[in-house]
Design a protein around this ligand. Sequence first.
Ligand code: NAD
Ligand code: UDP
Length: 325
Amino acid sequence: MARSLNSDQILVTGGAGFLGSHLCDRLMGLGFDVICLDNFFTGNRRNVAHLIDDKRFELIRHDVTVPVYLEVGEIYNLACAASPVHYQFDPVQTTKSSVHGAINMLGLAKRTQAKILQASTSEVYGDPEVKPQHEGYWGRVNPIGPRACYDEGKRCAETLFFDYYRQYQLRIKVARIFNTYGPRMHPDDGRVVSNFIRQALRNEPITIYGDGSQTRSFCYVSDLIDGLVALMSSPDQFTGPVNLGNPGEFSIRELADKIIELTGSRSPIKQLALPADDPTQRQPDISMAKSGLGWEPKVSLDEGLRLTIDYFENLMSHQTGTYKL
Ligand code: NAD
Ligand code: UDP
């Protein structure tokens, strides 16, 4: 029997990526019908291959910079490369993915009366002067640097979300996501956790950019997905922006040492030049998420790294050579 158009369906853009695929898993597990939309720039069918045979799941190859006509009740807008290596590969496309993508998805939400959540980022704070970073801080972003396509694209997407909220009374949710890691990160994705684990497992040099004193706060993927789902189901007046991340702060050097210890690696440290505009610190103030959503992360960095290392070990023992994105 043909399935009717279903406004209870949930759309996940960027659904074949790292976070998107975990979100699809979670929503399917909760019993929802899910449409996963992706242009496969950094995502991969393999990430959602286990869902394909489920009749409640649909995979669409589509670019969010182009309008799409679907009937949906909720939209999680995650489509955008997140690794600096990949978002700087085609910076114009990165800005378009965030800005045109937001316009198209907000337009879809307006037509279907859907609730819509934006995967924003701690990068809206740029290289911050305050610590920890709270949602009231406006940030310090270089608007013309190599990271601007991502940072300013995400900032503009937030602007669009709040203008649609004020102008059209759309039900919006904005999550500012801090560095998140876990299984299904691509080994060649270029981000620090995946780079270090891959290098450590091969006993290759661990590439620290700069002196490694810059800090990041690392959130395990299951915690982050808990936060996104809690935000989507929060009362309409709770729009965010709300920080989602793990407040534990580590220097990149500490992260390298931890990964060497957990993998038992013989990797030496290799220092490389610090990329332009690399933020010196990141630590979320999560008091708004705690009080508004009853959310806080549960998985420690050691525990999350062990799970991620297990995943990479398994992946790398089944594959040789390079890992094509
Ligand atoms: P990812 O690169 O694994 O996933 C992004 C997905 O979006 C990929 O599947 C990619 O193919 C798809 N995509 C990119 N451009 C697209 C377009 N124009 N049209 C359709 N699909 C497109 O990255 P991720 O870590 O899963 O990040 C997901 C979202 O969360 C991104 O919006 C990112 O900015 C945000 N975020 C992630 C982190 C993190 O640490 N993982 C931190 C802050 C924000
Ligand atoms: N980094 C590093 N070595 C690597 C990859 C990244 O030292 O092989 C550093 C990078 O310079 C930054 C931090 O790790 O200071 C986090 O980088 P990532 O690309 O994961 O995300 P960002 O938070 O910078 O967007």
